[in-house]
Design a protein around this ligand. Structure first.
Ligand SMILES: C[S@@+](CC[C@H](N)C(=O)[O-])C[C@H]1O[C@@H](n2cnc3c(N)ncnc32)[C@H](O)[C@@H]1O
Length: 183
């Protein structure tokens, strides 16, 4: 999707996209930081958009790995399907349904979860359900990395995971945060 179309998609559905720009390369790299790529086989991505972070994941993912990328917008899912990588499973579904999609690929748990779901723009009950589902379906020792533009919903992750380590990424418009948690 072109930058202009992405901006238009963001404006049309601001209540669910939470942004009009996609993550910069620096933010994408920070979002997948702290993943042990030598051992990771099952990555779950929440709020994948048109696949900007997904592409970075696929670059580093093991040839036998899988990434399940959740996205609610049909148009953005079509963009991800066009990536055409057999390791990518596009889940056109709400991120709270992680369990059902792990079952589809025969995975017990996710090794790591990367999220850019705009929780500050979503109803709190939905946000907390998604974060709880993420925690429950993450293997012990796995990391949960959350991209955000503010720290407004930091307590969602603190309640689910305990410690939250926040890092500012200035090379993004607007400057963003990545919050790192470990199960
Ligand atoms: C801030 S954008 C991030 C897009 C891309 N990952 C990036 O980093 O630029 C958030 C995305 O989350 C999606 N989203 C919103 N609610 C969702 C939900 N309940 N489940 C899955 N995705 C959702 C939106 O449609 C939007 O594409």
């Amino acid at each position: 999707m072109s930058t202009l179309s992405f901006l238009w998609e963001g404006l049309r559905h601001l209540g669910t996209t939470g942004t009009i720009t996609r993550s910069s390369p620096a933010l994408c790299r920070a979002a997948i930081d702290r993943i042990d790529w030598s051992a990771a086989r099952t990555i779950v991505e929440l709020g994948a958009g048109d696949g900007v972070i997904t592409r970075h994941i696929l670059e580093r993912l093991h040839p036998d790995g899988k990434v399940i990328a959740f996205e609610v917008s049909e148009d953005l899912c079509d963009d991800m399907r066009a990536i055409g990588d057999p390791r990518l499973v596009v889940a056109q579904d709400s991120a709270e349904n992680i369990r059902a999609w792990l079952d589809r690929i025969g995975a017990d748990r996710a090794d790591h979860i990367v999220s850019a779901v705009p929780f500050a723009a979503l109803p709190p009950e939905l946000g907390r359900r998604i974060v709880t589902a993420a925690r429950d379906n993450l293997r012990p020792g796995g990391c949960y990395n959350q991209v955000h533009y503010s720290l407004k919903t930091r307590d969602y992750y603190a309640q689910a995971f305990g410690d939250v380590d926040a890092r500012r990424v200035y090379l993004n418009l607007p400057p963003a945060w990545v919050l790192y948690c470990t199960r």
